[in-house]
Ligand binder design. Structure first.
Ligand code: SF4
Length: 251
């Protein structure tokens, strides 16, 4: 008979402890997710990054760092959730929706650079024949999400702008419960153009070796990004040097 931890004697619990030391599953996950990260190429940019701090984006090109294992797990959890979304969308049990494409490659040429990414899903609503772009995002909780993140909106607007499909949804899925929240998004040319301008700006900064402004430190509601930023140390140091240089200039 198999004994169950928690209802057996102390000796058995010790046995379980021995087993848990033999199988370090966290380490196994990290091994599984490990792959050499390739340095990014200036001139190739990603829609998923353009709504976040431009200085952070600049650092990812100029000072490439290995993605921390914890972050890789979060990305992988997002992939797993997206796989589930695809299963739901293509299921015969949901005949009112047809999954037209998934992980659809996206490429857009602007000036002399390329914007490259993947559109999560494209679906057809059979009821009215409407085609809709889907951007699926995993979240810790959906309960308090009142509106979609501006960064996700910018990404989706860019896809809408380039594909000509002017209806979209941002679909949040709660990782631990699979509860969802859906936000309808209509095309807004201004947001898409704003995204393109941001790509132009980062391209110029990278090619001319100019560091962009520390956006998240200065924009209202963006400060939380600095708490998760891998480049906080470099950014703070650059800020001190900037202040010193400005003071010296005024003297
Ligand atoms: S610390 Fe904040 S402002 Fe600086 S690069 Fe990171 S996110 Fe941007």
């Amino acid at each position: 008979m198999v004994e169950t931890a928690g209802v057996v004697g102390r000796g058995s619990i010790r046995n379980h402890e021995v087993v848990s030391k033999m199988i370090d599953f966290d380490q196994m996950i990290d091994n599984y997710l490990f792959r050499e990260s390739k340095p990014k190429t200036v001139g190739r940019y990603y829609p998923s990054e353009i709504g976040s701090c431009l200085r952070k984006m600049w650092y990812t090109y100029k000072v490439p760092k290995e993605i921390e294992p914890q972050l890789k797990r979060i990305f992988e959890a997002g992939n797993i959730v997206h796989g589930f979304v695809v299963d739901v969308l293509k299921s015969e049990k949901n005949p009112h929706v047809e999954l037209l494409k998934t992980e659809e490659p996206f490429q857009m040429k602007v000036d002399d650079f390329i914007i490259s990414g993947r559109i999560d899903d494209i679906i057809l609503l059979k009821q009215n024949g409407e085609t809709i772009l889907v951007e699926a995002k995993s979240a810790k909780t959906v309960e308090y999400t009142r509106e979609p993140s501006p960064a996700y909106l910018m990404q989706l607007q860019l896809y809408m702008h380039h594909t000509g499909i002017h209806k979209g949804i941002i679909l949040y899925i709660e990782k631990s419960t699979l509860k969802s929240k859906v936000f309808n998004v209509n095309y807004d040319e201004n947001i898409a153009k704003d995204a393109i301008e941001r790509f132009k700006k980062i391209d110029e900064c990278l090619k001319q070796e100019k560091i962009p402004q520390a956006e998240s430190k200065h924009r209202h509601g963006w400060g939380w990004m600095c708490g998760y930023c891998q480049y906080k140390e470099e950014c703070d140091k650059a800020g001190k040097e900037e202040r010193k240089w400005k003071q010296e200039k005024n003297e």
